[in-house]
Design a protein around this ligand. Sequence first.
Ligand code: PMV
Length: 323
Amino acid sequence: MRTTAIAHANIALAKYWGKANVADNLPAVPSLSLTLDRLRTITRVEVIESLEQDEITLDGVRLEGRPRERVVTLLDRVRNQAGISAFARVTSRNELPTAAGLASSASGFAALAMAGARAYGLSLSDTELSALARRSSASAARSLFGGFVALEAGKESAERVAPASVLPVSMVVTLTAKGPKPIGSTEGMLHTAATSPYYAAWLESAPKLYDEIRHAVLAGDLETLGAAMEQSALAMHASMWAARPAITYFTPTTLAVMARVRELRSAGTPAFYTMDAGPHVKVLVKSTDADRIAAELAGVAGVESTLVAGPGPDPRLDEGVEV
Ligand code: PMV
């Protein structure tokens, strides 16, 4: 059986950082994201009786080592549930830069869960697919839904909070550097929890910021959302900066983009930044302002490119799409 799925990346407005349970990959704090239209992963899974092991290709390159193992682990869970032992050929393409803090694992594992479950004959609900994706990458649980999506602390699966129409916003994604991130998110979270005296403060403040962000989304209040979103991102990064040794994803360009966003705001344009496990800056703006702000941020020294992403839809199966 052969199945292809398309899933979209999401960017957390209220950040997830830290695990309540490492073995089950359950988040220690609630998070809330916006799914994005322009950033997506397309994944085809073919179950082939004659294969002696899984064959996994991402963007034309055969995966080996840890990245391969993470895919095989998800497929093993699906095989167990389906009672089928045959291996699969997985072909995947990212329409976004991989492993640079641009949520490639979110769209990647969401697409893999959807295509993999179906290819092995399972009919799972969105909630079950979200739980399957979450075991591989908690942020991937959120990519099983379009619009604004929440994953509560300790919960198995994400749920939609509101459709994108509650707040007409876009993300200006500012790419500030090439190359992979210095430390992966799982390792970074465990290191922060083990060594940062600010981790406890993060665990205390994250749920409050999440509540504020959730209410602001539902109220369509971009100003409150933006202020709380910036605080969530910086509180998360502060917990990492206080780890030993520190985890610092920011570059001078990251800080320069943040400064430019604050200037735009002082000049009257609502624009708010957020940063994940990488140096790029994602700027939340009114959709009507997005192209103008993208052009402004493209002019900041060190910025390599910008792209505008609007709210994205649910993932879907699509047998016609090219991989
Ligand atoms: O689910 P992971 O392991 O990709 O971790 C995601 C962590 C952040 O991107 C930094 C925050 C988030 O909520 O997406």
